[in-house]
Design a protein around this ligand. Structure first.
Ligand SMILES: Cc1cc2nc3c(=O)[nH]c(=O)nc-3n(C[C@H](O)[C@H](O)[C@H](O)COP(=O)(O)OP(=O)(O)OC[C@H]3O[C@@H](n4cnc5c(N)ncnc54)[C@H](O)[C@@H]3O)c2cc1C
Length: 396
């Protein structure tokens, strides 16, 4: 690739980058997707047991796109013959889509910074600069594991670094029943110490998924969460457990799975001693973990690389109604960080509805025919009325 060859650079080959590229493929636009690793790398790093929460169902023929589809003409349910694909399976789907649509993806290109100049953008990459007139930032939300300010977090293992819960379970050498120790404290008296094979810090989707995977592998698990997400119900699937996870958790607990859920437990630190690890909470509770504690503590978004090119309204980047940065003309955002009116487009079935909007805007600015994108409207994969979502019913 020479360094001023692109009209549009799309950064990231996850569902947002590949989906936007497929929409652009319909237009006479010179673009490339720049991907630091491989197509679908976020999904490749999921533990083997983890599956998409949103179900795939082959309903395209009835005008209802498969919830996990990123194009108007594909269905992961049909392609993969399953309802809740694993990360590996979903990657297969993304690769098949990229292959079928001959999407131009440059893998092994890490975009380290993006700067605006009078001619467009210069993307500094590990392989040298790349110039582009327009940039679509589609680098995802799950790039940089966060340990939420926990002291001694390096003793734990972030869920992003776990390949399989069955394998992780072997780090607690042999299963032990959960219980309570009384240990001598500094000064007088003794404090209670909960003992389990694995302590999981964080009780949202990935923490509960970890607990279920570890319990299935026969390990006792204590989940510590400052809110206790599992207790709440809401129409916003980003604030509470998804119906699928909730159902799995309830079934496991009814079956006597060795999972202890502790709410109102904000973890302050992790220490290591000769018997394993001790997780302490801000109110002084102690949980002993025989294997390294699992950190299900979330991620820093990849917007960190380009955040000075966006204005922020609280946690959300400010965007025009065409998903362009209000701060930097020519820089667009695709994926789960897109938000309008405080509503975040955080699942594939939501953010995919903006691929054609961004592609159309780029096509118009580049002076090419955008009528091929009408197919997205006909197949109802465009969301343009940003007033459509009632916060109470569609928060995320
Ligand atoms: C536990 C869990 C369960 C989930 N379940 C669901 C679900 O059921 N349904 C759903 O819709 N969503 C689900 N999600 C969310 C889903 O994973 C994200 O919405 C989706 O991955 C976002 O797609 P994306 O293309 O924006 O980002 P990603 O899939 O993260 O892709 C971003 C790509 O950009 C690349 N990249 C990053 N930085 C750079 C850079 N500087 N230079 C070059 N390349 C870069 C990365 O390597 C990666 O390939 C889940 C997430 C988690 C963690």
């Amino acid at each position: 690739m020479n360094d001023d060859s692109l009209e549009v650079a799309i950064v990231g080959a996850g569902p947002a980058g590949v989906g936007t590229a497929v929409a652009l493929e319909r237009l006479d636009v010179d673009y490339a997707v720049l991907e630091r690793d491989r197509i679908g790398s976020s999904f490749r790093s999921w533990p083997d047991e983890m599956r998409l929460l949103t179900p795939s169902f082959p309903a395209n023929a009835f005008g209802v796109r498969d919830l996990n589809a990123i194009t108007i003409d594909t269905s992961p349910a049909l392609a993969l013959d399953c309802e809740h694909p694993t990360g590996e399976q979903y990657t297969e789907y993304l690769e098949a889509v990229a292959d079928f649509h001959e999407v131009s993806v440059e893998t092994g290109v890490d975009v380290e910074s993006v700067a605006r100049d009078e001619n467009g953008f210069v993307l500094e990459t590990d392989g040298g600069p790349i110039r582009a007139r327009y940039v679509v930032w589609a680098a995802g939300q799950y790039q940089y594991p966060s340990s939420d300010g926990i002291e001694g977090a390096t003793h734990g293992v972030h869920v992003a670094n776990v390949d399989s819960w069955t394998e992780y379970a072997t780090r607690a050498p042999s299963p032990e029943s959960a219980g309570t120790n009384r240990i001598a404290a500094d000064g007088a008296g003794a404090v209670a110490e909960t003992v389990s094979d694995v302590a999981v810090v964080g009780g949202a989707e990935s923490g509960i998924d970890a607990a279920l995977g570890l319990a299935e592998a026969g390990r006792t698990v204590t989940v510590l969460d400052d809110e206790g997400t599992w207790q709440f119900r809401s129409p916003d699937p980003s604030e509470v457990l998804s119906p699928r996870t909730n159902e799995r958790l309830e079934a496991a607990l009814e079956d006597g799975a060795p999972i202890e859920l502790v709410a109102d437990a904000r973890v302050a630190g992790i220490e290591r001693d000769e018997d394993g690890y001790v997780v302490t909470t801000t109110d002084g509770a102690r949980v002993r973990s025989r294997a390294p504690p699992v950190l299900a503590t979330g991620f820093e978004g990849s917007l960190a690389v380009v955040d000075e090119l966006f204005a922020f309204d609280g946690e959300f980047p400010e965007l025009t109604d065409r998903d362009e940065s209000t701060e930097t003309r020519g820089l667009f955002l695709a994926g789960p960080q897109v938000a309008h009116n405080g509503q975040q487009f955080c699942f594939i079935y939501k953010f995919r509805q903006r691929f054609a909007v961004v592609a159309e805007e780029l096509g118009e600015r580049l002076g090419v025919d955008t009528t091929p994108l009408e197919a997205y409207r006909e197949k109802r994969m465009v969301l343009e009325d940003l007033e459509c979502c009632e916060p109470d019913y569609c928060d995320c």
